[in-house]
Design a protein around this ligand. Structure first.
Ligand code: ASP
Length: 352
C-alpha cells in the first residue's frame, strides 16, 4: 500500500483501490499505446487532490484488469481489502473499468454488511492522461464525497455508489447506458444520491443511513454463481429456452422480459417455465426496459408466468438481480427461502 498524499491537518483518510480500466491509462509518449500508469504518480496527474485536507492512500490490484474480465473472485478480494482496512479509513474509492462497474457495485452492495462509510466506484471514458479526460473530475468529486461528513461526524453517504459525470448514484440501481459519452451511467428507477455542481448537493431523503444498532462492519463472500440469464426476443426457440432454464447446473435464472414483465404466451414456453419451476429452480422476472417495473398482473402473458411460478424482480436492474442472487444463493441452500428474500428490499435495490 502506498501513501500518496498526507496533509498534516488531514481530517479524513481515503483509500483509493485501483483495479484497472481506462481511468488509470496513460499514453506511452514513444509508441502512443495506452498503458496503465504507476499509481504513485497520481498526484502529478491530478494535483488538485492536494487541495483536500485528506490523507490519500492507494492499493493497486495485481494484475490490473480490464473490467470485462471481472469475476466474482475479484469482488471477494475487494470486500476483503475493505474489511482489513475498514477502521483506518473514512471512505473507499474503487477505480474500476466502466464496462462491468454496475455489476461490481451491485454485488458489493450485498456483500458489505453494516456499512457506515462510503464505497464509491468511479472510472472514466477517457484515460486520465488525456487532456479532455473525464477521469479527473470523476476522481476529484469522488474524493470530496468520500471525505464528506455531517455535523455529527458521520459519513454523508454510507453506501456503495457510482460517481460518474457529476452524479452520485446508488450502485445497485445503476446501469451503463452509453458506451462512448461521458454521461455513461444512469439510475432510471432511483434518484441520484448527490449531484456535483458548484457545490455538491446531497439528496438526503434518498440516502440510506444505518439503523444505528451499531452492528460491526462485516463482509459476506460465499457467493453461489449458478445463475443464468435468458433474454426473451422474437424468434427465441424452445431449444434455447429449455437449454437455459432447465440446465441441471443452475439454481436460478433471470428472465429478461418485455415491458411490464411479459413473455411469450405460447404453450411451449409456459410449459418450459413450469418444468424449470418443478425442478426447484428460481425464475426471476426482470424487465428489459430501463425504467419501470415488473407487474405480472397487468397482461395475460405476465399472469401466465406468475401462475407458472416465476417471481417478480420488481424494478431491479439485471446487474443488481444477478448480484442479489449470487449473494442469496450463497447464504442458503433452500430455494424457497431465497425466493422470500428476493422479494424483500435488502439494500435499496428495489422500490418496495
Ligand atoms: N474496457 C474498459 C473496462 O471496462 C473500459 C473502461 O474502463 O471504461 O475496463
Amino acid at each position: 500500500m502506498i501513501n500518496i498524499f498526507q496533509d498534516r491537518a488531514a481530517k479524513s483518510a481515503v483509500l483509493l483501490i485501483y483495479t484497472g480500466g481506462t481511468i488509470g491509462m496513460k499514453e506511452d509518449p514513444r509508441t502512443g499505446a495506452l498503458k496503465p500508469f504507476d499509481f504513485k504518480s497520481i498526484m502529478d496527474e491530478v494535483p488538485e487532490l492536494r487541495k483536500f485536507s485528506c490523507k490519500l492512500d492507494s492499493y493497486t490490484f495485481s494484475p490490473l484488469i480490464d473490467s470485462s474480465d471481472v469475476e466474482p473472485s475479484m469482488w471477494q478480494a475487494l470486500a476483503k481489502i475493505i474489511l482489513e482496512r475498514y477502521d483506518r479509513y473514512d471512505g473507499f474509492i474503487v477505480l474500476h473499468g466502466t464496462d462491468t462497474m454496475a455489476y461490481s457495485a451491485s454485488a458489493l452492495s450485498f456483500m458489505l454488511e453494516n456499512l457506515d462509510k462510503p464505497v464509491i466506484f468511479t472510472g472514466s471514458q477517457l484515460p486520465i492522461g488525456r487532456p479532455r479526460t473525464d477521469g479527473k473530475e470523476n476522481l476529484i468529486s469522488a474524493v470530496e464525497i468520500a471525505c464528506a461528513k455531517d455535523s455529527q461526524g458521520k459519513a454523508m453517504v454510507p453506501e456503495v455508489c457510482i460517481f460518474f459525470n457529476s452524479q452520485l448514484l446508488r450502485g445497485n440501481r445503476s446501469t451503463k447506458t452509453d458506451s462512448t459519452g461521458f454521461d455513461a451511467f444512469r439510475s432510471p428507477n432511483y434518484p441520484p444520491l448527490a449531484t456535483a455542481g458548484i457545490n455538491i448537493k446531497y439528496n438526503l431523503p434518498a440516502i440510506h443511513y444505518p439503523s444505528g444498532q451499531g452492528e460491526p462492519f462485516s463482509i459476506y463472500t460465499r457467493l453461489d454463481t449458478r445463475v443464468a440469464i435468458l433474454k426473451i426476443h422474437p424468434g427465441i426457440t424452445p431449444e434455447i429456452a429449455r437449454h437455459v432454464l432447465c440446465e441441471p447446473d443452475i439454481r436460478a435464472a433471470i428472465i429478461e422480459t418485455y415491458g411490464s414483465g411479459n413473455a411469450i404466451s405460447k404453450p411451449w414456453f409456459v410449459e418450459i417455465v413450469r418444468e424449470a419451476v418443478a425442478e426447484g429452480k428460481i425464475l426471476l422476472n426482470v424487465t428489459q426496459c430501463q425504467k419501470g417495473d415488473v407487474n405480472m398482473d397487468l397482461y395475460a402473458t405476465g399472469r401466465a408466468l406468475k401462475e407458472a411460478g416465476v417471481v417478480s424482480g420488481y424494478d431491479s436492474t439485471t446487474e443488481s438481480a444477478l448480484g442479489k442472487l449470487f449473494y442469496l444463493l450463497g447464504t442458503s441452500a433452500d430455494n424457497e427461502f431465497v425466493k422470500v428474500l428476493l422479494a424483500r428490499n435488502l439494500k435499496g435495490e428495489i422500490s418496495k
